[in-house]
Design a protein around this ligand. Structure first.
Ligand SMILES: [Zn+2]
Length: 96
């Protein structure tokens, strides 16, 4: 169930990111900042949602860190959708 919510959070994540840039480009600063805050809340929720029951690693945080570093959000999206095993210990992420 947690993996399901983890994948579903991609939708508000991209929606708030697009909304933030759009509102800022139109000149509505407060709306843009509010969307930016919502975007950060989604990122934090997503990284905290999935935790490996075997080694305690947080794969969501790792995926986010790696692809933010390489600035490739397309591959980050693919990784989130295809996440089934812990990238740290290769243990399957079983639903609790
Ligand atoms: Zn693990």
């Amino acid at each position: 169930m947690r993996l399901f919510w983890y994948r579903l959070l991609i939708v508000p994540l991209f929606a708030t990111l697009i909304a933030a840039f759009w509102l800022l480009s139109v000149g509505r600063i407060t709306g843009g900042i509010a969307s930016g805050i919502l975007f950060i809340v989604c990122i934090v929720l997503q990284s905290k949602l999935v935790k490996c029951s075997y080694c305690g690693a947080r794969p969501g945080l790792r995926i986010l860190a790696v692809w933010t570093l390489l600035l490739d959000f397309g591959l980050s999206l693919a990784d989130v959708i295809l996440l089934r095993r812990c990238p740290n210990c290769d243990h399957p992420l079983i639903e609790p």
